[in-house]
Design a protein around this ligand. Structure first.
Ligand code: SAM
Length: 242
């Protein structure tokens, strides 16, 4: 059954199937359809980290095809180790190729982020780009607890997600963009337009990162909420208290 026909769009197997199907076109569609904004936003999420701290052991949650790896390579001191984790086998295959370009130890784990493959208090730095939207609010609350569990005391984090802006004109533009423009680019790039339309459904339901921000605080972390480009991307960054 196509993921868009599943009753529960947040069912992990539906999400996994969606990304496995999109893996051949996701990179190029993402780059063209976002008019380069996803590249800027990936740099932005890394820029939100405190550069005075060594990245140490770094975890990239929902690492996809390793899209953040090149930004980590170019914009940060080399981490002691980088771990990417994603449950889509096809996305992980690409991430492993990208990991081969890193000059530092990199491991790509194919697993659900809720399966506790990262040890308690083992991460100095945790990052995540565009992984929040396919979570329901209940999953976001659990995810915030996972983040608190894997971070070392004093460890830092930075997350970003495409969001629905408050401005009604921009919101109207986003609807057009998600419902028509992205699926059209998906089709031109030989992807399945339904998958790209479906990705837009997740963004519409996600709204912005405020709920996640509250959950992160409730999990005991210090968190700041941020917006970029009039709220078209939102995120959180902060640290685990010592
Ligand atoms: C929109 S992609 C983002 C990929 C990448 N971080 C980027 O910057 O483009 C979301 C990724 O999250 C992964 N994902 C979603 N839910 C997951 C879960 N519960 N555990 C592991 N990976 C998950 C999907 O397989 C997909 O590769």
């Amino acid at each position: 059954m196509h993921p868009s026909q599943q009753k529960d769009i947040y069912n992990p197997s539906a999400v996994k199937e969606l990304f496995n199907e999109m893996s051949t076109t996701y990179g190029v569609v993402n780059m063209i359809a976002s008019l380069g904004f996803t590249i800027i936003w990936r740099k932005y999420v890394i820029a939100k980290l405190d550069r005075n701290r060594a990245p140490g052991v770094m975890v990239d949650l929902m690492s996809g095809m390793g899209e953040l790896f090149s930004v980590i390579r170019s914009d940060l001191k080399p981490p002691e180790k980088l771990v990417g984790i994603d449950f889509s086998s096809k996305m992980c295959d690409q991430a492993k190729v990208e990991a081969g370009r890193n000059q530092f130890e990199t491991e790509v784990i194919e697993a659900d982020i809720f399966d506790k493959n990262i040890a308690d208090g083992s991460a100095d730095t945790v990052v995540c780009s565009f992984g929040l939207k396919t979570f329901s609010q209940e999953q976001q609350a659990r995810f915030a607890k996972e983040l608190a569990r894997i971070l070392k005391p004093g460890g830092q984090f930075s997350f970003i997600e495409i969001s629905v802006p408050r401005n009604s004109l921009l919101r109207f533009g986003l609807q057009f963009y998600l419902k028509l423009f992205i699926p059209m680019i998906g089709k031109i790039c030989l992807g399945n337009p339904d998958n790209y339309r479906h990705l837009g459904v997740y963004t519409g339901k996600f709204g912005n990162s405020r709920f996640f921000h509250e959950q992160v605080q409730a999990a005991g972390l210090e968190s700041d909420y941020f917006e970029h480009f009039f709220g078209c991307a939102t995120g959180v960054h902060g640290r685990k208290p010592n």
